[in-house]
Design a protein around this ligand. Structure first.
Ligand code: ARG
Length: 446
């Protein structure tokens, strides 16, 4: 029984089939709804160039919408013996509608089908990531404002250095996310172009209307050159993965801080008991496992662009089956980063801050520069003031004034929370998700 779209009179070896299909049946489930949307746009366009009649378009559209609803209801499966989502959808159409189902593949290849599926999937996932990120950004900004007057030691080389504050600490991670959003936005733009019509990578002799499928799918533009459109496989994933890796890098640093500051030797922050985990042997333990796993999971995401690079590196122009493997690393990464962001948000909104850190004299010396600056402001040359305070410290005569008066932009006394929010919101507003929502609604007749 021939079960491949491409099988003619020789049946493929069973082991070879298992080997080449790999985890595609599982991975392609991520893409199923987008495969249907891509097909809806493709057949609408085929009818305008007379490759389908209006009646054929109508029955195919209805059947594809039905399949879409089945996917939403979790009823869609890629059957054993069926290679991938593209084959499964075509098979379902043919079973339900007969020969007309076999007409939808004119002017396309699974190569541009998977390309367009990925673009649509990535776009929706980025929208979701942005939503999660925005919640966390706002939480961090709120905490920054709430604790703006609570000082903590700032470290360089992990040595007590200068006064810092929880306002600065929380706010730093908020601002980091604002920059991560800029990069995510750039990745969104690279992704938001339509590769459909590039077919196997060299276009088609049918007079395809690529502008039409572009607007039907709500893309910002055609991915013009058909050879380049195919080159986008792997490249787009790598760029998007790099944007995800930036967010992961921000959160992994935050997670390390949180583990460290939560340890008894620092005791700067405290996680609520229900967010800590115990030890099987030491009855007193309240471990920050949640941040340790956040750190490790973020580090793993930071490897993602490299993994994609390694799989796709040194491929010449044109499609290769190597590209299929990128899906295994890439597709689940969105659920991963979203889960991480949600957890970090839960932690960061609940974390308790120690407001009495500075009662401990081990931090007294962080005020040394404040004293030097006070003397310098009163007229003593900076180098002399530096020396005087240094000698006082050596002689055990330094008594800190535990107050700071930092006023410049971005400092303890002037966090610029509003301006950082404006930066973030400006990038956020530039995402246009509405265009594709409307396009999808039209395709689905909703
Ligand atoms: N599963 C394939 C992939 O992800 C779909 C494209 C198959 N194309 C081909 N020429 N074998 O790359």
């Amino acid at each position: 029984m021939a079960s491949k779209l491409w099988e003619k009179n020789v049946q493929v070896d069973h082991d070879v089939e298992t080997y080449t299909v790999g985890r595609d049946r599982e991975m392609d489930l991520y893409l199923a709804r987008y495969d249907v949307l891509g097909s809806l746009a493709h057949i609408t366009m085929l009818q305008t160039i007379d490759l389908l009649t209006a009646d054929e378009l109508a029955v195919l559209t209805a059947a594809l919408r039905e399949i879409y609803a089945e996917i939403e209801d979790g009823k869609f499966v890629i059957e054993d013996g069926i290679e991938d989502v593209h084959s499964q959808v075509e098979l379902m159409l043919t079973r339900r509608l007969g020969d007309v189902g076999k007409k939808i593949h004119s002017g396309r290849s699974r190569n541009d089908q998977v390309l367009v599926d990925l673009r649509l999937f990535i776009r929706s996932e980025i929208e979701d990531v942005v939503k999660h990120l925005t919640v966390l950004f706002r939480t961090l900004q709120e905490q920054s404002e709430r604790y703006k007057d609570v000082l903590m030691p700032g470290y360089t080389h992990l040595q007590v250095a200068m006064p810092s504050s929880f306002g600065l600490w929380f706010g730093a991670y908020a601002e980091s996310l604002a920059d991560d959003l800029v990069v995510l936005r750039a990745a969104y733009d690279v992704n938001n172009r339509n590769p459909l019509g590039s077919a196997a990578g060299y276009g088609s002799s049918f007079p395809l209307n690529r502008e039409l499928t572009t607007s039907l799918l709500g893309f910002a533009s055609v991915d013009y050159n058909v050879v380049y459109a195919q080159m986008g496989r792997g490249k787009t994933e790598r760029i998007v993965a790099a944007a995800i890796a930036n967010i992961a890098a921000t959160l992994s640093k935050l997670a390390f801080d949180a583990c460290m500051f939560n340890s008894q030797n620092f005791a700067f922050i405290k996680l609520p008991d229900e967010f800590t985990t115990g030890s099987s042997i030491m009855p007193h333990k309240k471990n920050p496992d949640v941040f340790e796993l956040t750190r490790a999971r973020c580090n793993r995401l930071e490897a993602l662009p490299f993994q994609i690079t390694m799989v796709t590196n040194n491929l010449p122009v044109g499609y290769f089956r190597d590209l299929q493997l990128t899906k295994e690393d890439f597709l689940p990464a969105f659920d991963e980063i979203k889960a991480i962001i949600s957890m970090v948000n839960a932690m960061m909104s609940q974390v308790k801050v120690n407001e009495h850190i500075l009662d401990d004299s081990r931090y007294d010396l962080m005020f040394s520069v404040e004293e030097v600056n006070r003397l310098a402001a009163a007229g003593m040359p900076f180098r002399d003031a530096y020396k005087k305070v240094g000698l006082d410290i050596e002689a055990g005569k330094f008594t800190p004034v535990k107050q700071v008066n930092h006023t410049h932009e971005g400092s303890i006394g002037n966090l610029c929370t509003d301006r950082i929010a404006t930066l973030y919101e400006k990038t956020l507003d530039a995402f246009d998700f509405e265009t594709y929502h409307q396009a999808f609604s039209k395709l689905l007749g909703r």
